[in-house]
Design a protein around this ligand. Structure first.
Ligand SMILES: N[C@@H](Cc1ccccc1)C(=O)O
Length: 407
């Protein structure tokens, strides 16, 4: 692999590794570590597989063709609109999750570091305004802020993992209450954590259509890194806070399943300030960079959907459309971090599982030019499509409290 391929692999990893990761321990507490690792690995494999299907689809079109244009070519206007609306709703749902998550974490930060008690509403508003200002200034500003923060966060993550090792307990990780029944609620959030598929067309453009094998390796390796990071993160969190008791994941689940409450519980239980500062810094930065990148994507998508230009008035209108709806939603539902990540899974499944399956089926029916052929047949396509539908049904049931939730 050359330097460009390594850069591209890290871009894919960077897209996946987001604040969704903070929700993983919250949603997998009842599963126990073995079920969690198994589920993460299976979902990583499925998401990588559909990513490769999407690669085969994209390689049939000229470099630079986006998902919307491919959907139009294969499924007409309906296809184009389904893709467009799913993308917007995915980015809106993630925005809601990140604002809710950030207000719960920053509320803790202010209390811990500055002994100031601020309301979640005030924090949500200020946080959104700061992110909006950076995006409004320019993409370059986002790029610089993201690079500095993302790199610092990698260092913080390694420091955290090393520091937390003496505080890990085997019996917190595995116990007799572990149950696979909690997988239903976990699947949508896990799926969201492995989302990167929107980047497939830009990667094809970046690396070139003539290097299908390199592209395949980039997608496999780019996803493998987050899989390893997620497993280490799950072991660190589930292993250092008990499942049940006064200070536990059960307490967190009963008090809104927010990252802020998880941090508070760890602070009381672990009694090591270094660990608490590291987890606090890691989570705070993760929320910031994730929302920065996702809202840049939403800003650009809205500008293109509503045909807004680059002058100040147009950018201002796009910014209002981009930031006001998720902010209002979060002010009304402040505990929306985990539910909004789950809701994002519905739209991500349409884009990243159902669309690749249907598009590949349609393309293989025609005589398509084979640049890269992902190993699949109609049965495999059917199974993956079925799993996709199952994820959507699962999430609808979760939103209606119809699946077992760890409490
Ligand atoms: N994987 C990201 C969310 C995401 C999904 C799909 C596309 C882009 C980002 C996270 O964990 O926060």
């Amino acid at each position: 692999m050359n330097v460009k391929s390594i850069g591209a692999t890290l871009l894919i990893s960077g897209t996946m590794l987001g604040a969704g990761m903070l929700a993983l321990p919250l949603i997998s507490a009842g599963l126990g570590i073995y079920n969690t690792i198994l589920l993460l690995t299976v979902l990583w494999a499925i998401m990588t597989y559909t990513g490769l299907m999407l690669l085969e689809v994209c390689l049939n079109y000229p470099e630079g063709t986006g998902l919307e244009a491919i959907a139009y070519d294969l499924f007409g206007n309906t296809g184009k609109w389904v893709i467009n609306i799913s993308l917007l709703l995915l980015l809106y749902a993630l925005s809601c999750a990140y604002i809710a998550g950030a207000s719960s974490i920053y509320k803790n930060d202010f209390a811990d570091y500055f002994h100031i008690s601020l309301s979640s509403h005030t924090i949500a508003i200020v946080f959104t305004i700061i992110i909006a200002t950076i995006v409004f200034i320019s993409t370059k500003a986002v790029d610089i802020a993201n690079r500095v923060l993302f790199t610092s966060n990698i260092v913080i993550f390694f420091l955290l993992v090393i520091t937390i090792i003496p505080y890990l307990h085997g019996h917190f990780l595995v116990n007799s209450h572990d149950s696979a029944k909690y997988a239903f609620a976990a699947i949508p959030v896990f799926i969201t954590a492995f989302g990167f598929h929107g980047s497939v067309p830009s990667m094809v453009k970046y690396i070139g259509r003539d290097k299908p094998k390199t592209l395949r390796n980039i997608f496999v390796a780019g996803g493998l890194l987050p899989l390893v990071v997620y497993i280490i993160w799950e072991i660190s969190m589930l292993g250092s806070l008990p499942r049940f008791g006064n200070h536990s994941f059960q307490y967190v689940a009963q008090h809104g399943s927010s990252v802020g409450v998880m941090l508070q519980q760890m602070q009381i239980f672990i009694q090591n300030n270094n660990i608490i500062y590291l987890i606090g810094a890691f989570s705070s930065i993760a929320m910031f960079t994730s929302y920065l990148c996702v809202s840049l994507g939403l800003f650009d998508s809205l500008a293109s959907t509503f045909k807004r230009g680059n002058n100040t008035t147009d950018r201002l209108m796009t910014a209002v459309l981009c930031y006001l709806p998720p902010l209002v939603f979060t002010l009304v539902y402040p505990n929306g971090f985990v539910p909004a990540l789950g809701a994002a899974a519905i739209f991500l499944t349409i884009l990243a599982i159902l669309f690749p399956v249907l598009a590949l089926r349609k393309l293989r029916g025609k005589q398509h030019q084979i640049e890269y052929n992902v190993a699949t047949n109609n049965i495999a396509l059917f199974v993956v499509g079925f799993i996709g539908l199952q994820v959507i049904i699962n999430q609808i049931l979760t939103l209606n409290n119809a699946v077992p939730i760890f409490k």
